[in-house]
Design a protein around this ligand. Structure first.
Ligand code: PMP
Length: 506
């Protein structure tokens, strides 16, 4: 199949494949019933990553244009709706704007879409996204909170508000922070559209183009997209059993000027590890010595299933050097987009201005609704319920891994959070495995997405919050047998090579 891809275009390659397949169907070059090449084959022909083809096929399948039949292949099943009619006299059209050459910044991959792509369609067991289970959302309770908020303050909530946030919510957040030992007045809390925006605002006010940011490697891809873009550089610090490797960090800071340190010290994404108290104190000490601010992303803190609480870095911080961020996305509803930053007043004032430039303020209705939900004790009730469910799901995943994964694989045993980080034998490439997994109805994230440098090909993140225990067991079993089959094949290939090598010697 001859598809024309423009590698210098900013249009993602998978979108180009979708457009090209649609065009060829409209041209009549491809007809209903025609078989498309297998992902691997097309990827090879086009010289692209297999995930790119998988994404393109997923999009075409979601529109019903193609259908994959297990063991048989992928077929054209529908003629796509025609593109809007082109004007009669194409020649007389002015030449299109050269947008690609005008774009100032080329971001990293569209990671969120890549990860989300498969889970929003058809029957898959979703182990990819670290998201709350929508099945557990208490919709009626939340609807009543929206209703009450609107009835009480509708005219205020639908009017433009102030940037810093809905005051009762700021007060609630400050009071909650105090419970975990973090001292911040309501005025030192800025309500944002979630941690993702918090990271971007922090970058805007603290990191000038070309300055360096120290990050755990691997880390949350959304942080990579903020800190590893065109405008800042990064210093990758490995993550061990106890979080960020502080010896490496110390070494790095003694030689390079980092502008900030970004860490996820509790239930780190993707590894699931939590930094102990002694290491937290040491991290603060090191950062204090070099006067580098720490951004503490504590989004998973409340999702602890066992083990003792560990205080946030910000609760241990006597220098006022920690900028603390969190949100309601993991414990509540990510679609609300409500999060916060707690930081010294001078930092909050600058963040406030940056937020004002960006979007004036977070939705007042969303803030008031989640405040009402929290105020009535419904958030605490909800957290209790989801923690119970997630702990069961985590246990189901750990048990299934023990039962079905090969002996030479290893994985984290997180005391909280949403995911398990798995290391497979080196001969297994998890992005190749993912293609096969999706075909058989299981998704996960291949590890490479989480690395700022030296990506490991044999790592995978399995999230356990979105599927029930039985589905998790089934998915892990399927993955386990795929992995074992691949291992067997690669061992056989190796032993054939060894025999050939021996013959050559004789
Ligand atoms: N930080 C971490 C460590 C995350 O895992 C995520 C979401 N997966 C975010 C931030 C983004 O969260 P929010 O929805 O609050 O923007």
């Amino acid at each position: 199949m001859l598809l024309e891809l423009k590698r210098d275009s900013h249009v993602p390659l998978y979108t180009q494949i979708v457009t090209e397949v649609r065009r060829r169907i409209s041209d009549g070059a491809l007809k209903i019933g025609d078989r498309l090449p297998a992902n691997r084959e097309l990827a090879k022909t086009l010289g692209v990553n297999r995930n790119t083809v998988t994404n393109a096929y997923a999009e075409l399948a979601a529109d019903g244009v193609i259908t994959s039949r297990v063991g048989s292949g992928t077929y054209i099943t529908r003629v796509p709706a025609p593109a809007p009619a082109s004007p009669a006299k194409e020649q007389s059209l002015p030449s299109p704007m050269p947008w690609e050459s005008l774009l100032a910044v080329q971001g990293r991959d569209n990671w969120l879409q890549e990860m989300a792509g498969f889970e929003t369609r058809r029957e898959v067991i979703p182990l990819a996204l670290a998201l709350p289970s929508a099945d557990l959302f208490p919709l009626d309770d939340f609807r009543r909170c929206v209703d009450r908020a609107l009835r009480r303050q509708g005219r205020i909530l639908l009017q433009l508000g102030t940037t810093s946030g809905y005051a009762p919510l700021q007060e609630y957040i400050a009071a909650q922070l105090a419970l975990s030992g973090v001292k911040a007045s309501p005025g030192e809390v800025l309500v944002t559209n979630g941690c993702q925006q918090s990271l971007d605002l922090i970058r805007q006010i603290l990191v000038a183009p070309g300055e360096e940011v120290a990050l755990e490697n691997p880390t949350y891809p959304g942080a990579l997209s903020v800190f590893c873009g065109a405008s800042s550089k990064y210093i990758s610090v490995p993550v061990g059993e106890n979080g960020m490797d502080l010896n490496v960090l110390e070494d790095v800071l003694s030689q390079r000027r980092a502008k900030l340190i970004y860490v996820v010290p509790s239930f780190h994404n993707p590894t699931g590890v939590t930094m102990d108290v002694a290491s937290r104190r040491r991290l603060i000490e090191i950062a204090g010595q070099y006067r580098v601010p720490i951004v503490e992303d504590d989004i998973y803190r409340e999702l602890r299933y066992n083990g003792p609480e560990v205080p946030p870095l910000k609760a241990l911080d006597e220098h006022g050097m920690v900028i603390y961020i969190s949100s309601f996305s993991k414990v509540g509803f990510p679609g609300l987009r409500v999060g916060w930053i707690a930081a010294p007043q001078v930092v909050i004032d600058h963040l406030n201005r940056a937020k004002q430039r960006s979007d004036l303020h977070a939705s007042l209705l969303a803030q008031a609704a989640i405040f009402e939900f929290a105020r009535r004790g419904l958030l605490a009730k909800h957290i209790k319920r989801v923690k119970k469910a997630y702990a069961q799901r985590r246990d189901a995943m750990l048990e299934a891994l023990e039962k079905h994964f090969p002996n030479d694989a290893s994985w984290s045993r997180p005391a909280g959070g949403m995911s398990v980080w798995v290391r497979l034998p080196e001969s297994i490439n998890t992005s190749q495995l993912l293609v096969q997994a999706i075909e058989s109805g299981v998704t996960f994230v291949s590890g490479e997405h989480f690395y700022s440098s030296s990506p490991q090909q044999n790592m995978m993140r399995l999230s356990f919050t979105m599927a029930g225990p039985q589905a998790i067991e089934q998915a892990v079993k399927q993955l386990g047998s795929m992995i074992k089959a691949r291992l067997l094949k690669s061992r056989q290939q190796r032993s054939v090579k060894r025999v050939e090598g021996l013959r050559a010697l004789v």
